[in-house]
Write a protein that binds this ligand. Structure first.
Ligand code: UGA
Length: 434
């Protein structure tokens, strides 16, 4: 029905919406991004980024200058000017673990109110199974005229920090549809991207997303549980992960033992998947165990610190890394932030650094010293912690660190260094699972 270049509207300019809209413009489509925060729209229109994502800023500027990427705060304008409308609004967690779908519902109503001709409405937000059905019902209920439309589920699999590359080189593109009518338009949109397209029903597409994220979280908790056994048995989790990962059925990725996973996706999606399973009559105990192992991993790390330092109170501790992982300024559900808060509560004095997440961390971490250079963090410290897997931390001047620290003790929550080499350099070195 519609042919490329497509007229696309993206509602919501968070990580997912902004990356999706910008990449669609990059592959030649006409994109209009809608956000209900006028100050964000103003910022984006003046070329400023609300988030740090490698490669995104240049891409936004390039496509905006070429006239293929626009920002507005009017849903009406965005929807009217497009043939395909993507919903990429937040789906935050509620205290009981279920998902707050009020933004999805509101946007569905808003789309319905301005729908005057056939359009394809695509859900990009991560949602529990059966949300697409609700979106379709809502649009039908609130649409004044009898306009035809199709709802599609097109989950995203972007990793923060690698989002642009993941978008342009995905492992697969998932399209959940109620009928075949919107498939052509979606295939046209994604035509420049070389990846297998999975066309399925909406419920299955929604489940592919929750089941994938939960499986990845499970994989991390699995290796974290194995790391405990390695510590107790005197084995090395890195060696175990390498040996396991050579089996193609397992694979090496997401087998990095750590102080636990965080971010705005895994913790939230796990809780949501457990909750929706419960509502469907199944107790997903396996995933509750994944959560438990993740929480325990942080506990064990703090205990390890306390065992070595004896008392944490009044100790000066340097923390390298605040973001929930490398390559991002995102601190949502960051294990590094949780660790800092825990150490503060125990009475430690903290000197902290992150290459990108300092500004965001300043809004949540009080009474800590923010240091602008990683090599200055160790000064006068009783211990140093690696809390985020930024690769540049491997370039830390270790000779200098050993000299300027009160005691050369390093707790590595991301296994960035080699234990034997650290020992040779004169450090007391504690990592995860080795
Ligand atoms: C995750 C998924 O990987 C994406 O496919 C998905 O699209 C996204 O959620 C989403 O639902 O929006 P993201 O949260 O950006 O992406 O981050 P990951 O790279 O998956 O890392 C998540 C957490 O696990 C981080 O705290 C990371 O440090 C930790 N991690 C990861 C480990 O502790 N060990 C590993 O081996 C891998």
């Amino acid at each position: 029905m519609f042919n490329a270049p497509m007229k696309i509207c993206i509602i919501g300019t968070g990580y997912v919406g902004l990356v999706t809209g910008t990449c669609f413009a990059e592959i030649g489509h006409d994109v209009i991004c809608v956000d209900n925060a006028p100050e964000k729209v103003k910022m984006l229109n003046s070329g400023q980024m609300p988030i740090f994502e490698p490669g995104l800023e240049e891409m936004v500027k390039r496509n905006a200058a070429a006239g293929r990427l626009k920002f507005t705060s009017s849903t009406k304008e965005g929807v009217e000017k497009s043939d395909v409308v993507f919903i990429a609004v937040p789906t935050p967690p509620q205290p009981d673990g279920s998902v707050d779908l009020s933004f999805m519902e509101k946007v569905s109503r808003e789309i319905a109110e301005v729908l005057t001709r056939y359009k394809v409405i695509v859900d990009k937000s991560t949602v529990p199974v059966r949300t697409g059905e609700k979106v379709a019902e809502t649009i039908k209920r609130y649409c004044k005229s009898k306009v035809e439309f199709d709802v599609v589920s097109n989950p995203e699999f972007l990793r923060e920090g690698f989002a642009v590359d993941d978008f342009l080189h995905p492992d697969r593109i998932v399209l959940g549809v109620q009928n075949q009518r919107p498939v052509h338009a979606l295939k046209e949109i994604y035509a420049p991207i070389k990846a297998p397209v999975v066309v399925t029903d909406i419920n299955s597409a929604e489940l592919i997303k929750h089941a994938s994220n939960s499986f990845l979280a499970l994989k991390i908790s699995y290796i974290n549980a194995v790391s405990v056994i390695c510590e107790e048995a005197g084995a090395n989790v890195e060696e175990v992960a390498a040996g396991m990962g050579m089996d193609k059925r397992i694979g090496r990725s997401f087998l990095n033992a750590s102080l636990g996973f965080g971010g705005s996706c895994f913790p939230k999606d796990l809780s949501a998947f457990i909750k929706i399973s419960e509502q469907l009559g199944y107790d997903f105990g396996l995933l509750r165990e994944v959560q438990k192992i993740n929480a325990l991993q942080m506990e064990r790390f703090v205990r390890k610190m306390a065992d070595t330092l004896w008392v944490i109170k009044e100790k000066k501790i340097g923390v390298l890394g605040l973001a929930f992982k490398q390559n991002t300024d995102d601190i949502r559900m960051s294990p590094a932030i949780a660790l800092c808060q825990r150490l503060r509560k125990e009475g430690a004095h903290l000197r902290v650094y992150d290459p990108k997440a300092m500004d965001k961390a300043k809004t949540v971490l009080k009474e800590v010293t923010f240091v602008d250079d990683m090599n200055k963090v160790p000064e006068g410290c009783d211990a140093l912690v690696i809390a985020t897997e930024w690769p540049q931390f491997k370039e830390l001047d270790l000779d200098n660190a050993r000299k300027v620290m009160t005691h050369p003790i390093l707790f590595d929550g991301r296994n960035l260094f080699d234990p034997a080499q650290m020992e040779t350099l004169g450090f007391i070195y504690k990592s995860v699972g080795r």
